[in-house]
Design a protein. Structure first.
Length: 190
């Protein structure tokens, strides 16, 4: 774990429970994958929610899934609109070592597998190796830049946009300035 991420984790460790291995099927409600370098994190804009918001990648478990399977399935659904993953691809993804696992919540227990941006690129290259096709991309992305910038915007699906947001000491202070919001509104009209 890099020092920046470690410091931030240690500061908030009272909110998180570190896990050594994937937890049992019944010990969680949802799971996802977070991709970060400690300075930025990959995020998703959920335009269909009321009100719309930016979130991480992941969602609720299906019956008989481990938290890892839920995390990967939900991540593939949200990143690519891909709903089935071959067992061969899943096996290779499982060989990619995540940085850590964090578990949050008491009533709704959420498990997050924390990966680096390099891990994300490994996953993208595996997807290309298995010739995956996504309706959101003309050609399947090979790196994070292509993942974010070449994604087709689709307001009819769960995740319409991907973005990077800063990993800050106090995430409760993340607010978009009203003048910048006005600039974004002007960009939409072009």
């Amino acid at each position: 774990m890099d020092n920046i991420y470690k410091k931030k984790y240690l500061k908030y460790k009272s909110k998180y429970i570190r896990l050594k291995n994937s937890i049992e099927k019944t010990d969680y409600n949802g799971a996802g994958c977070a991709f970060t370098d400690g300075k930025h994190i990959l995020a998703a804009y959920q335009s269909l929610k009321k009100p719309p918001f930016i979130s991480g990648l992941g969602g609720s478990k299906n019956p008989d899934e481990t938290s890892f399977i839920t995390a990967i399935r939900e991540t593939f659904e949200e990143l690519f609109e891909i709903y089935t993953i071959s067992s061969e691809l899943m096996k290779e993804i499982q060989e990619i070592k995540y940085k850590q696992i964090i578990k949050t919540g008491t009533n709704y227990i959420y498990v997050n597998y924390i990966y680096s941006f390099d891990n994300l690129q490994e996953i993208l290259l595996l997807c290309n190796k298995y010739n995956l096709i996504s309706k959101l991309y003309l050609t399947f992305p090979k790196n994070m830049s292509e993942l974010i910038h070449n994604r087709r915007v689709d307001y009819t699906i769960e995740i319409s946009h991907l973005c990077l947001i800063p990993v800050v000491e106090n995430p409760n202070t993340l607010v978009i300035h009203k003048l910048f919001i006005n600039e974004i509104k002007l960009l939409e009209k072009q």
